[in-house]
Design a protein around this ligand. Structure first.
Ligand SMILES: [Zn+2]
Length: 455
């Protein structure tokens, strides 16, 4: 039998390439392509032949399907991101940068599930059980009925799980697990994929829920969590800046609930604490009426969240002025600067532009366009918006403002936090304005003229 040729795999996204290259065509990452033994092609490689199978049962669309049963952890922010609790026999991936607090979060979740009556096993491939136990004691979870093990060999792990039959098993982390049937190092794309596949199929077969921790890695030698995203039911990312004390758990895929849902936590001495009202937290250290600062009324998943958009505009000494963005999309900033120049005649040439979403929050909603434009104009004109005003609206290339979804929810949240006026696109359907004073604008030119007297 001919020895199978090696192949080249991207460790960030798992794409295979015929030859080595500096950059992956599939995801655009640099230096992530590594040589590996080929992945098993699976049973599909052989033709089925003429032998008949048992066939499969078909049902109608109209069949009554009960919603999946869920177990709540008692940590409301965590349950919300899962779509209302843990679905049995589900596979969940929790990705995030190393050191961001994934192990702390999952240990707390495991303890809460155990206290709620589930049988929970926590398998650490990163630390010895003594270290995990010490962390649990530090978090005040020393007496929760979670079973611990330190193991990386998946054959041992699955044998134990098969005998113990827990309700939930946490695997920390998927990159440390290895199968003795796969001929490459732990952490490689083949090992991570094979280990995740084994664990997910075990979950489905035996009705055990699994949660996999996946480290986002910068080097190409270790496969990132994106490699296994397609295998699991739910993908959560744990985000946050190391300097900031709060963390956001975001669902990017969920077969059992809405994606884009967020849970907000604060890193404290006693572990991660829930933040039931994130808007208040994101706005807590805001200066009253500062030029360049605008409050955006956003929606994250099903929940309205107010965040502060900050802009700074300063004369540049560079031939190519700086455009620095934190928490937002750099391409989108360029677009808004271009629309301001082309449709309103306000140029940022020769000016450095800095844009920051306060508090380490990351926004991807296009509804933030108008808030960003307002922050840029406010910084450039050195004129502050009223401190009681929130802004939202999507900008089109023509300079027109497009209506955004859930306008009324945004207004209600703003009212709740003490804001009294809002600037929004004209086309928004608002029947209940939550007693807010509304300024509805058709386009950016009108907005600039009315609010800043410029343009
Ligand atoms: Zn790639």
């Amino acid at each position: 039998m001919a020895k199978p040729l090696t192949q080249f795999v991207c460790s960030a996204c798992g794409a295979t390439h015929k030859k080595w290259g500096g950059r992956c065509d599939a995801c655009g990452e640099w230096n992530t392509i590594v040589e590996e033994a080929p992945l098993s092609t699976g049973p599909g490689a052989k033709a089925l032949g003429g032998k008949k199978g048992k066939g499969m049962a078909l049902t109608d669309l109209a069949t009554e399907e009960r919603p999946p049963e869920r177990d709540g952890s008692g940590i409301a922010e965590f349950d919300r991101v899962l779509g209302g609790g843990l679905v049995s026999a589900s596979a969940t991936l929790v990705g995030g940068d190393p050191g961001i607090g994934k192990s702390t979060l999952l240990l707390q979740a495991a303890a809460s599930f155990a206290q709620a009556g589930l049988k929970v096993i926590y398998v650490s491939g990163e630390e010895a059980t003594a270290q995990v136990r010490m962390r649990a004691q530090r978090l005040g979870l020393g007496d929760s009925p979670v079973k611990l093990a330190a193991e990386t060999n998946l054959r041992e792990i699955l044998t134990t799980l098969d005998a113990e039959r827990p309700d939930l098993v946490v695997i920390d982390s998927i990159q440390t697990m290895w199968l003795d049937t796969v001929d490459s190092a732990p952490g490689s794309v083949s090992q991570v994929r094979a280990a995740a596949h084994e664990l997910v199929s075990f979950a489905k077969r035996k009705g055990v829920s699994v949660m996999l921790v996946g480290h986002v890695t910068k080097e190409g030698q270790i496969a990132g969590p994106r490699v296994v995203e397609h295998m699991v039911d739910t993908v959560l990312y744990f985000e946050g800046e190391r300097g900031h004390q709060f963390r956001i758990l975001r669902s990017v895929k969920n077969r059992f609930g809405p994606a884009d849902e967020i849970g907000v936590f604060e890193m404290t001495g006693g572990g991660l604490a829930e933040v039931p009202n994130p808007s208040a937290l994101f706005l807590s250290d805001r200066n009253e009426r500062a030029p360049g600062s605008v409050v955006f009324a956003g929606i994250e998943g099903t929940r309205p969240v107010l965040v502060e958009v900050q802009a700074l505009v300063a004369p540049s000494s560079l031939s190519q002025p700086r455009r620095a963005v934190v928490g937002w999309d750099g391409g989108r900033l360029s677009m808004i600067l271009a629309v301001l120049e082309a449709r309103v005649g306000i140029s940022f040439q020769g000016l450095d532009v800095y844009l920051n979403i306060a508090g380490g929050m990351r926004i991807s909603e296009p509804a933030a366009d108008l808030a960003v434009a307002a922050a840029l104009l406010s910084a450039r004109e050195d004129s502050a918006l009223p401190a009681t005003c929130v802004v939202f609206g999507e900008l089109s290339l023509s300079g027109a403002l497009r209506p955004v979804a859930q306008a009324e929810n945004r207004l209600k949240e703003a009212r709740k936090l003490g804001f009294s006026s809002a600037i929004a696109p004209e086309g928004c359907k608002i029947t209940d304005g939550a007693d807010m004073e509304l300024k509805l604008m058709p386009d950016l030119a009108r907005f600039t003229g009315d609010i800043f007297g410029a343009g």
